[in-house]
Ligand binder design. Structure first.
Ligand code: GRF
Length: 201
């Protein structure tokens, strides 16, 4: 399965996919390209170091969201993507991008959705007083972190946690969960009925 990863930042989630691919634990999934909306994203260096082609579609170069989404979709299609993984990608995608890609775009979000969508999710949970936090891999729809949930992992919130300590604890689970879900999707082990998604083990 040809996988294209969309990134914006440092790319630690991308790195977990690259490492899983090298160790053979991604199964039939192959990362064929990495695209960033930010030219200087550290994730691009990680892709290059792993020999994966990179592209940049800089959102600042477009008049509006739909023209950016159309250009991004053209790049994704040119790479022959069969699965698109948002990994630390910080743009909300519209129907212009998503059209025809039902259940072929996934995202990893650092909260137990539907709680705490959007930015700084880890901090939202901490300062709301949540006792359990975690991460979610979900299908992407045109909403904000609102697509059907595929998998989740929970971590405790400790009394002495800071934004940074909780973020680090969640990130460990993100790096474990995302490659497992990508491998499951590539193996055809994911079934969806409405919002209910199951993964055959
Ligand atoms: C991660 O917590 C991810 O869930 C969020 O951004 C953080 C950094 O991601 N969207 P990465 O290191 O760039 O993969």
């Amino acid at each position: 399965m040809r996988v294209v990863v969309l990134v914006s930042g440092g790319g630690t989630n991308l790195q977990s996919l690259l490492d899983a691919s090298r160790s053979g634990s991604l199964g039939a999934a192959a990362i064929v390209g990495v695209i960033s909306n930010r030219p200087g994203a550290g994730a691009l260096d990680r892709a290059t170091a792993a020999g994966v082609p990179t592209r940049v579609v800089d959102h600042r170069g477009f008049a509006g969201r739909s023209s950016f989404d159309a250009a991004l979709r053209a790049e994704v299609d040119s790479l022959g993507a069969e699965l698109i993984v948002l990994a630390g990608f910080m743009r909300v995608l519209t129907e212009t991008f998503l059209a025809g890609l039902e259940d072929r775009v996934i995202n990893i979000h650092p909260s137990l959705l539907p709680s705490f969508p959007g930015v700084r999710a880890q901090s939202q949970a901490l300062h709301h007083g949540a006792k359990v936090a975690g991460c979610t891999v979900h299908f992407v729809d045109a909403g904000l972190d609102s697509g059907a949930i595929i998998a989740q992992a929970a971590v405790p919130v400790l009394d002495d946690d800071t934004d940074e300590s909780l973020q680090a604890r969640i990130l460990v689970e993100e790096h474990r969960l995302l490659p497992v879900v990508v491998a499951d999707l590539a193996a055809g082990r994911v079934r969806r009925q409405g919002r209910r998604v199951s993964r055959a083990t």
